[in-house]
Design a protein around this ligand. Structure first.
Ligand code: TRP
Length: 335
């Protein structure tokens, strides 16, 4: 084992623009940790994106730049973070094939996140094998770099748990090679959707995107679910289950004022429009600088691709080192 350096790694599937759920669940941590860790990696998980978009490679291709713009606009810094494309590091695919032998089909089918996603996508038993196995390939995403901290949203915890099982089995079969990884979820591990649904998701149609315009933000906030019995301004209102207050709790930094508004709302005399207008401004204050930076970066897509090209070269160096070790451990280092 090389000396324990602190390595952080995360990634996104390039299947759509990123939203506020990504921001509070994982992106904020990425930005912070790139300053604190010895090494930081960020992966565009295009191969994982293809596991449920095999018939639509154009979608995956088009979104590579979109998720890069989202991350760069939020402050991920190519000087500090090695940003790379999964498919351009073939060692990850090699490692995945080796890991496939360490996980049973029954275990794959038990992963609650994969189960949820399969239900959501309507796969049933006809799930693509690659999709069912994505936790294995994600273990390879993480372990090729010998990363030890993974900032993710709460939904990814079962995937990280599987990665650690793979570490255990690998080390038991082939000798100490990998160390277990830790996850880090943000202070809001799971953001509810604008419809009040349990999770904000691009496929759930309930997301506010980091690239949304002021008008889009306004329209979405105005459509938010509040309290169905709060009809007249003077009516007493409920704060629990009220999406607008749930968001104010998370995004409004003036906690005192928010708690005052809650009291007023409960007593009666505070209209939905007032709290919605406040939330629109709060979200605009967060998204406006991201949107502006994003637009600037979008003018120069070649520069963004160059960041990925340089990062991928660097990532491959780590990958080659790890693969040499793995080949030796498995006695498949022939020539
Ligand atoms: N599965 C992650 C998601 O959907 C994306 C991802 C791929 C990832 N490889 C990773 C996250 C490695 C962390 C580490 O959000």
């Amino acid at each position: 084992m090389s000396k324990e350096s602190k390595i952080v790694l995360t990634g996104d599937r390039p299947t759509g623009r990123l939203h506020l759920g990504h921001f509070v669940g994982s992106i904020k941590n990425r930005i912070k940790l790139q300053n604190e860790y010895d090494k930081s990696f960020y992966m565009i998980a295009d191969i994982q994106g293809l596991t449920d978009n095999a018939n639509n490679p154009q979608k995956v291709r088009d979104n590579v730049i979109e998720v890069m713009l989202d991350n760069l606009a939020c402050g991920l810094d190519p000087e500090k973070t090695t940003m790379f494309i999964q498919s351009e590091v073939p060692e990850i695919a090699e490692l995945t094939v080796i890991f496939l032998n360490l996980v049973t089909l029954a275990r794959l089918k038990r992963n609650p996140t994969v189960k949820d996603e399969m239900k959501q996508k309507g796969f049933g038993e006809d799930v693509p094998a690659g999709f069912l196995c994505y936790p294995i390939s994600q273990a390879a995403d993480i372990l090729f770099a010998k990363a030890n901290l993974i900032p993710v949203g709460e939904d990814q915890l079962p995937v990280i748990e599987q990665a650690n099982e793979i570490v255990d089995t690998f080390n038991r079969f082939y000798g100490d090679t990998f160390t277990k990884v830790k996850h880090l979820v943000g202070d809001t591990p799971r953001l509810i959707g604008i419809d009040g649904g349990v999770k904000m998701g691009k496929s759930l149609n309930n997301a506010i995107y980091l690239s949304d315009s002021f008008d889009e933000i306004s329209k979405k906030v105005m459509s938010m679910y509040t309290d169905p019995d709060h009809i007249h301004v003077e009516d007493k209102g409920k704060v629990e289950g009220n999406v607008v207050f749930a968001y104010l709790d998370i995004f409004d930094s003036n906690k005192e004022e928010v708690s005052g508004l809650k009291e007023q709302y409960k007593k009666g005399g505070l209209g939905d429009v007032v709290i919605k207008k406040r939330l629109i401004q709060v979200l605009e204050n967060i998204i406006n600088p991201i949107r502006t930076k994003r637009e600037e970066l979008a003018e120069n897509p070649e520069q963004v691709m160059k960041i990925l090209e340089d990062g991928t070269k660097k990532a491959r160096e780590s990958a080659k080192e790890t693969m040499a070790e793995v080949r030796k451990a498995l006695k498949i280092n022939y020539f």
